[in-house]
Design a protein around this ligand. Structure first.
Ligand code: FES
Length: 113
């Protein structure tokens, strides 16, 4: 089994959680296993944007392009940037080893206080 390392950076940029994943793992699932605050309300159906992450620019180029539907959902995501992606649409492969993603600050607002 190939081990793929993923880094999750907290919204304030101060804390990085390093996670181990396997080839074919879904980024949202890996984030949730590692206690990252991504709700993923629709469980990968591209009907919410609560799994929004901001990908490190250097890693963004390695990802397959987002589908039009994903782009549409990202338009609705709070705080979306040029390198934003939906974590549920990212399948980890050995090429993505060392992937760094930032958790958007706005993700906390979705927790329904
Ligand atoms: Fe809803 Fe990713 S979990 S769009």
């Amino acid at each position: 089994m190939t081990n793929i390392t993923v880094h999750f950076v907290s919204p304030d940029g101060e804390k990085t959680v390093t996670a181990e994943a396997s080839d074919g793992d879904n980024l949202l699932t890996v984030a949730q296993i590692n206690d990252q605050p991504l709700e993923g309300t629709c469980e990968g159906q591209m009907a919410c944007s609560t799994c929004h992450v901001i990908v490190e620019a250097a890693d963004f180029a390695k990802l397959p392009e987002a589908t039009e539907m994903e782009e549409d959902m990202l338009d609705l995501a709070a705080g979306a940037r040029r390198t934003s992606r939906l974590a549920c649409q990212i399948t980890l492969t050995p090429e993505l080893d060392g992937l760094t993603v930032h958790i958007p600050a706005e993700s906390h607002n979705m927790q329904g206080i």
